[in-house]
Design a protein around this ligand. Structure first.
Ligand SMILES: [Fe+2]
Ligand SMILES: [Fe+2]
Length: 652
């Protein structure tokens, strides 16, 4: 709280800023220590009670504290920034200290103090993405000045009105003061951003290149949108318009899709929303709806699907093939207390949920966990990458993707790979899944277009991997407890098309009901999943996650394992399959050891029944090829059927 001045009150000497200091967390008193989890802001229309005003002031004070810390963090992280920029940031830091002081004063006046309610570490979670961002300090300016502070231009005005209605005029003047200062902060950020990235004259492109995922224009505003203060901050009209039109900001139509309830779970079925910038294609949406319907079957009978677009969507019936509808969830760790569980815990989802005034369950969204670059680095360090692949798999930064002739260079690179790989490769976006946005590369194939590479650059970079001849696709499904203990729900064999699209899962079943992949790799993939659990626990993640693995023909001509290809820190389709299997077992449909498979849809021509195999259609209204659960007396009977259905290839 002490202003950054010399003892005599003069400016600090910053001509020798010293080496960079790496910090991941703020040093704070115990009471102020941030923890994972959400804070929610009462809507501004509800500031009539003192309790709501206090909640609001705590949140605002904490934002100022975070601003102080993050400006200090930036000064320590990038000592090489231009001296004038450093000076501007230090002056801003001092402003943020004053803002903090004013809010603390308002809290005292209301008989409260900061730290009385838990503080979220949400902003600090963006720190690794900022530090790793190739735009360096420019990414900080885009995130801090042009996203958070720009949004605060709207918030300070809107909440000023709220506090006025609530009769707290002193807070109204504090908000007005902060609003005025914020205009200056946004102005400084934009000026320097243009100076640092001047080669690109399009303001929207400058902002979009520099703002780190998952932040973006949709987060740079509140409701109502104030154009006047943005103009006085010197923001160009194109950028103002870009932010005004961006989706995802608050102020959308108030949700009709759900109401509070105290039983069951509210399932936020945002499947396929890894990349919020991409529209989900209609076909994928239909598949996602089907998965969402099955997800619901694993929860307590009072559960509902929630989320935008769900109003007109008919929820599935309980499939009678699985016996009478059970009351409770299939696993005790599944939410059953009326809170919202998101398939993908994204920041956007959490914002939509809290905007709708609903309670959020589960871990706080952590953008780093969806980053394939993060996983690739950890895998390599932990020795979970087969030696023969280490030189081939690598992370490409947005800058490298944008460099001239990158396409040619990539083809030259894969042509130099060992013969046994076949030289085929895949470029995966660092953020995103479900196979969307990938670029396949072949040694004699076309040069990837600059536009495709640019799209990837905008998604934070890419990971280059050989496209190997896969033999078995495997998965481990885990539940990670809050205290770090792991419960392995089962391992499965994944049934995928040659292009890698999910068809279902299969496995062997012990008499106690445990599923395993039935391959010789089971121990190795469980081990890898436990290691991954450690990484997630260190990020304070708890909840379900799945790990994908595969075996392939290696350099020696024999089968090798890649034990950790992807980590999905969320509910997964593999879990869905295991959960439905468990439902069937609870209904007494399979009491002994055997084998099982789950297919998202029945083949077009299923043909005659196989001996020793029973099919359970999980009918949903209006679905011509329903999902199907297959229970078999033994593995051979199961795979005879799956072979005939063309779901697995000849090598079983
Ligand atoms: Fe501030
Ligand atoms: Fe500020």
């Amino acid at each position: 709280m002490r202003p950054p001045l010399t003892a005599a009150g003069g400016e600090l000497d910053d001509t020798h800023p010293g080496p960079a200091v790496r910090l991941d967390q703020p040093a704070r008193d115990a009471e102020l220590r941030p923890r994972s989890g959400g804070e929610s802001l009462p809507p501004r229309g509800r500031l009539l009670t003192e309790a709501a005003q206090i909640v609001c002031l705590q949140r605002f004070a904490h934002h100022e504290l975070l601003a102080v810390e993050l400006f200090a963090w930036a000064l320590l992280t990038w000592p090489d920034m231009p001296l004038l920029l450093r000076r501007g940031m230090l002056a801003t830091l001092a402003d943020e200290q004053r803002h903090l002081g004013m809010y603390l004063g308002r809290l005292t006046a209301h008989g409260s103090h900061l730290g009385e309610a838990p503080l979220s570490d949400y902003l600090w979670r963006h720190v690794p993405a900022l530090r790793d961002h190739p735009a360096g300090p420019a990414s900080f300016l885009a995130a801090m000045g042009l996203t958070f502070e720009q949004a605060n231009l709207d918030f300070t005005l809107a909440y000023g009105e709220g506090f006025r209605a609530g009769g707290d005029d002193d807070t109204v003047s504090v908000l007005a003061r902060v609003h005025q200062d914020e205009i200056g902060h946004v102005r400084m950020a934009w000026r320097w951003l243009r100076r640092l990235r001047g080669q690109n004259t399009d303001p929207v492109a400058i902002y979009e290149e520099c703002v780190p995922l998952p932040l973006g224009a949709g987060r740079a505003k509140g409701h109502p949108f104030d154009t006047v203060s943005r103009r006085s901050a010197g923001l160009p009209e194109e950028l103002i318009e870009h932010v005004r039109r961006a989706g995802g900001g608050p102020g959308r139509k108030k949700a009709r899709w759900c109401e509070r309830q105290s039983n069951g779970a509210l399932l936020w079925a945002n499947l396929g929303a890894e990349d919020e910038a991409l529209e989900v294609p209609a076909q994928a949406r239909a598949a996602a709806n089907r998965v969402a319907g099955l997800w619901l079957l694993l929860h307590g009978s009072a559960s509902k699907l929630a989320g935008p677009g769900r109003e007109e969507w008919q929820p599935p019936r309980w499939p009678e093939t699985l016996g009478p509808c059970p009351d409770g969830p299939v696993w005790d760790w599944l939410e059953d207390k009326g809170r919202v569980v998101a398939w993908l815990p994204t920041e956007r989802a959490r914002r939509d949920v809290t905007d709708a005034d609903l309670p959020w369950a589960g871990a706080a969204p952590d953008p780093l966990l969806g980053d394939k670059g993060w996983i690739a680095r950890h895998t390599r360090r932990a020795g979970l990458l087969p030696e023969s692949l280490t030189s081939m798999i690598r992370v490409l930064t947005p800058e490298e993707l944008r460099r001239r002739h990158t396409g040619d260079r990539l083809l030259a690179e894969i042509r130099g790979w060992p013969k046994w790989t076949g030289g085929r490769a895949i470029l995966k976006p660092r953020h995103g899944s479900s196979g969307r946005g990938r670029i396949p590369l072949e040694p004699d194939g076309p040069i990837p277009s600059g536009r495709g590479l640019e799209r990837m650059a905008r998604r934070g970079g890419a990971v280059l991997e050989p496209w190997l001849k896969r033999i078995l696709d495997l998965s481990v499904q885990v539940y990670l407890e809050r205290d770090g203990t792991t419960r392995i729900l089962g391992t499965t064999r994944q049934l995928l098309t040659p292009a890698g699209i999910w068809l279902g899962n299969a496995g062997e079943l012990s008499a106690e009901g445990h599923s395993s992949s039935g391959s010789r790799w089971d121990d190795a993939i469980r081990q890898a999943a436990s290691t991954a659990a450690g990484w997630l626990a260190r990020r304070e993640y708890s909840g379900p996650f799945g790990v994908d693995a595969f075996s392939y023909i290696g350099g020696s001509g024999s089968e090798e394992l890649r034990p950790l290809v992807e980590i999905n820190p969320r509910f997964t389709t593999g879990m869905l399959a295991l959960g439905l299997l468990e439902r069937a077992r609870n209904a007494g449909l399979q009491a002994s050891a055997g084998a099982w498979a789950f297919l998202a849809s029945l083949p077009a021509r299923p043909g005659r029944a196989e001996e020793g195999v029973r099919l359970f259609h999980l009918d949903q209204p209006g679905v011509p090829r329903p999902p199907v659960l297959v229970l078999a007396d033994d593995v051979d009977a199961l795979y005879r059927l799956l072979l005939r259905w063309g779901v697995v290839a000849g090598s079983v």
